[in-house]
Design a binder for this molecule. Sequence first.
Ligand code: HCA
Ligand code: CU
Length: 400
Amino acid sequence: MSLNSDDPNQYAEIYNGSENTNKRIRILDSTLREGEQHPGISFTVKQRIQIAWLVDSFGVDQIEISPIVSRDHAEATKTIINQRLRADILAHVRAIKSDVDVAIDCGATWVATYMGISDIHLSSKLKITREEAKIRALEVVDYIKSHGLKARFTMEDASRTDPRFLIDMCREINRLGIERISIPDTVGIMRPRGMYNLVKMVCESIDMSKSSVDVHCHNDIGLALANSLSGCDAGADQIHTTIDGLGERTGIPTLAETAVALTLLYKTKNDLRLHMLKDLSRTISQYTGLQTPLSKPIIGDSAYKHKAGTHLAAILRNPAAYEILDPRTVGNRRKIVFGELAGKNGAAYLLSILGLDTNVHDAEALARGLKHLRMGDVLELYLDEHLERKILNDAAPKLS
Ligand code: HCA
Ligand code: CU
């Protein structure tokens, strides 16, 4: 960490600490699988192929898709596998041999299989005993491995599973030489410390030279990304995301927030093309017809919008006063709102960009006028590159 007196984030970095920074944390994007489980979403085959291309060129490590949902899901899976993208393509199926056969028919080289192993999933969903679940899981993993394929096994509802049974399952599956084990917080009930303890327990129970651990955290209380990062602090090395966080109910971590957290806070080595983030979100929203909330971090339209007069005054001198990164880094734009809170500094700036004199009297008069504006008729401006340069070079207009 460099203590450069010009770096406004330097003290925050001291509190964040350097534990696990630089550790390579991978991203699996599940927009095509978990994302399609979001109410009202169903992509066309062509859209699925385009999404795979996009997240691959963004730089994720793995892409997950379910071939068993329908014929056209299988077709999309097959076509995407044939594209020979850089990311691994995982066919996500139930822990049932006939499902694995569908994945194999699609030409999968990676199969991700899942089974609910908490007592409530075993009794209410699968209607089998723990012993039967274990036999089924081991047979399926064995079956995938006997085809020479790479495999992941998901301990669905891990956070609500009896730890003794969870450890037993993880050990047995690890012994079969599975490449990855996914530990999901399927219902989003963990707090960060809980996810840490859960993942640590799993990592300490298995031979990590054989299997690596994924975290898949649901956002029911809004803690999905915090919990995922905590799981990585405890030993996992891959986070599941979707574009805009789409998924069952309230979804999982967004690709954008995860990618920025890893790059900015964890300084994890990667070649993610962060500047694609806003466009990825825009494309998905066109495909789904769902509007991305304005306040969504990183890619929301208000993510770099400044309104209060005190904020404007500072932003006009140095945007880092209220921004942790340059919005262009993530393909977004800074916006200034000239409304009832703009104050005389904001008003003076508005006058200057309109090519008018910036004297105190006019600025105050304009600020008073702006006070009468209410939501809806507020003036909102993007700063084009010329104006952005002007801000940084000239700082705020001087009030004469
Ligand atoms: C599901 C369950 C899952 C699986 C996660 C994973 C979960 O909807 O099928 O395979 O890592 O949240 O447990 O999404
Ligand atoms: Cu899930």
